[in-house]
Design a protein around this ligand. Sequence first.
Ligand code: UD1
Ligand code: MG
Length: 430
Amino acid sequence: MSISVVILAAGQGTRMKSAMPKVLHTISGKPMLFHAIDAAKEISDDITVVLHHQAERIREEVESTYENIIFHRQDAENFPGTGGAMKGVHTRHSRTLILNGDMPLITKASLEALTSGDADINMSVIELEDPSGYGRVIISEGNVIEIVEQKDCNEAQLCTQTVNAGIYAVDTALLERYIPQLDNDNAQAEYYLTDIVKMAVDDGKTIHPVYVSEEEFKGVNSKLDLAHAEEIMQRRIKKALMLAGVTMRLPETIYIDCRATFEGECELENGVRIEGAAHLLNAHIKAHSVIEDSHIEHSDVGPMGRVRPGSRLVNTHIGNFVEVKKSVLNGVKAGHLAYIGDAQIGEGSNIGAGVITCNYDGKNKFKTIIGKNVFVGSDTQLVAPVCIEDDVMIAAGTTVNKNVEKGVLAISRTPMRTVKNFFYKFFGDK
Ligand code: UD1
Ligand code: MG
C-alpha cells in the first residue's frame, strides 16, 4: 500500500439545506464520508481527512468508527477552495490520491485505475451531455493540458463536454512543490487545486486523463442527489446479495442496509426493510416486515412483523403485527398481534394473540423471563420484572404480576356473569 489518500470534506454543503454536515448524511445506513473512507482503506494505510465546517462533529463521528485517520483543519477563511484545502497537508507515500468526501459510490476498481500507470498526474474525467457546473478539461494528444473552471471559461471552452470529476492521483513531491505556489487570481477568488495541472504542464510533466463513470463520480450536493445515490447503492447491494444466493421478491421494493449480512438460504419478500448490522441465517422475512440490528436464524418473520435492535431469534416464528425488541427467543411461536420487549423466552413456548410485555413503568425498563413449554394465553399482560418457569399455562386475559412456578396454571379473571333478557330490556323487541 504505497499510496496516500486525502479526502476533501471541508465544504459547507449549503445545497443540502440541512443542519447536519453534508458528508454525515447517510447512504444505505452509512455516512457518505464513511463510504469514501472505506474505499480509501482498500488501497491505503495513510488517510487524511480535510475538515472545516463542523469539523469537531465530523471528527468525533469518524473517530467513533475508525482508527488511524489523520485530520487536517483547513484555514478556509484565508485559503478557501480545493487548493486551500490541501495547504498544510503532508502525506507519507510517494503518490497521493485526492478524493472528495461526497462521492459515496466510488469503487475500489476505479481507484485502482486512477492509481495505475506512470503519469505524474492521473486525473478523473467524464464525458457529459450537460457539462454545466464542472471544470472543463482540455486534452491534446492524450494528455491533459488545462482545466478551466466554468466561471473562468470563454465561449469555446464552455462547449467542452469533457469535465473534471475532481479526483486525482499525484506524485507527492509535485504536490509538495505546487500547493504552496497556488494563488487565488480567478473569478471565485479561491485557491484552485486544478491549477496544479497547469503548473505540471509548464514543467513538462505528464497528466493522463482517466475516463470514469458518471454514476460513481457524481458528487452528492442536494437531497435529490442523495436519493439518487441511495438508489444506485441499493441496486448494488441487492445485486451482490442475489448473486450470493439471497432470494428477493420484487427487489425494487426492498431496502437493505450496507452493514447487513446474510448466510445460508434467505428469502426477503416485497417491501422488507433490513436496517443496521442485522445478520440473517436461513431466514424468511415476509412482506412489509422491518428487521433492525438483530440476529435472525432459522426463523420466519411477518408479514408485517417488526424486530427491533438487540433481538436474537432462533428457530422462531413471528407472525403478523408482532413487535419484538431486545429479546432472545429460541424455539418460540408468536403468531399474531403481540409486543415482546426485553424478554427471554425458551423452547416450545407459545405467545398468544394480544400478549404484551409491560416492560416499562414510565421510568425504567424491566425484563420478562419465560421458560420452556409455556403457553401464554391471548391478551395476557406480563408485568415486568417477572419470571415464569417451565411448563406453565397462563389463561387468556391474565395479568401476570408475580413470578409463576413450574407446572402450574396462572389465571386472573373477573368471573363472568350473565343477565337474562337484558338485550330485550335494553333494545326492545327486534
Ligand atoms: C471542483 C473542481 C472542478 C470539478 C469539480 C468536480 C476545483 C477548483 N474545481 O469543483 O474542476 O469539475 O470539483 O466535482 O477544484 N472542499 C474543501 N474545501 C474548500 C472547498 C471544497 O474541502 O474550501 C471540498 C468539498 O467539501 C468537496 C470537494 O472539495 O468534497 C470539491 O468541492 P466543490 O466545491 O464541490 O468543487 P468545485 O469547486 O465545485
Ligand atoms: Mg464549489
